[in-house]
Design a protein around this ligand. Structure first.
Ligand SMILES: [Zn+2]
Length: 278
């Protein structure tokens, strides 16, 4: 299959009642592993990469690897920009063949945030690509920035924010956290109130550590996409770390890289099954 357009993958998820996992990649190995995990489970989802992780390569390189990785897929897989931090990044990813986009202008004032998000939305919509925006802030480590405070999504702002930005998906802060160390307590009643105000489907960032039962409950309140970064990254690093601990002279990169792909793929497969098979 080719990479699947973001609107089509959401239609597919709604038709068959799936929650779509979005797995964060950084490099070639993670990208192949994510595609492999989804293909083994025969369930749809996204490969995604953040602006921060694009520092190592570039949108064209990641898009090329992702296209190759999904060639044999019989399940829909999209390529998503996670936490797009500038209009230039959004444009570069759309131009490279990404199939959906998140714009994160949380570093700006609210008015600037709305204006810049809207500009990105207009660009993406011209090319038929859906856009995710975020309202509220998550605790935890967002790439390199540690955020100690939490600012849960205000349901009273949801309708207007969606209207003003023209977004297609809304990422919410309801007790979910970025990273692995913190214990997420998902506020389902708040999610339900947000869902009532939202005409677009909802997204949870910081999926690592959220139990299946909570995700299945969240699905009843508009959840369509859930992001996983830390769980997969830990598998990747563990593979190399354990080999080094076992033998300080270990130097078989290809063997370990293939193992890393296998281990990350297994974790992705386990997670996509956990959120959808119950
Ligand atoms: Zn995030």
């Amino acid at each position: 299959m080719k990479l699947v357009n973001g609107y089509d993958i959401m239609d597919y998820a709604r038709k068959y009642g799936y929650v779509l996992p979005a797995f964060n990649t950084t490099n070639l190995e993670m990208t192949y592993a994510i595609a492999e995990g989804l293909m083994c489970a025969d369930l749809p989802g996204y490969i995604q990469i953040s602006s921060n992780n694009l520092r190592l390569s570039c949108p064209e390189v990641i898009a090329m690897i992702a296209k190759d990785a999904v060639k044999k897929s019989e399940t829909p897989i999209g390529l998503h920009l996670d936490h797009g931090k500038s209009f230039e990044d959004v444009k570069a990813c759309v131009d490279a063949g990404f199939t959906s986009i998140m714009i994160d202008m949380s570093h700006l004032t609210f008015e600037e945030n709305v204006r810049e998000s809207k500009k990105a939305v207009e660009y993406c919509h011209f090319y038929g690509i859906p856009v995710e925006v975020e309202l509220g802030a998550l605790r935890g480590k967002e790439e390199d920035v540690v955020n100690e405070s939490e600012c849960k999504t205000d349901p009273g702002m949801v309708g207007q924010y969606i209207e003003d930005t023209g977004c297609d998906l809304l990422a919410v802060s309801v007790g979910n956290v970025h990273g692995l160390c913190l214990n997420p307590q998902i506020d389902i009643p708040l999610l339900a109130r947000i869902h009532k105000e939202s005409k677009v489907p909802l997204v949870l960032h910081g999926g690592s550590g959220i139990p299946g039962e909570v995700i299945w409950e969240a699905k009843k309140h508009g959840l369509i996409k859930i992001n996983y970064g830390s769980d997969l990254r830990r598998e990747f690093i563990r593979t190399f770390g354990e080999a080094f601990v076992a033998d300080h002279n270990e130097h078989d990169v290809i063997h370990l890289s293939i193992d890393a792909v296998k281990n990350v793929a297994n974790k992705a497969k386990e997670l996509v099954r956990m959120i959808n098979e119950h």
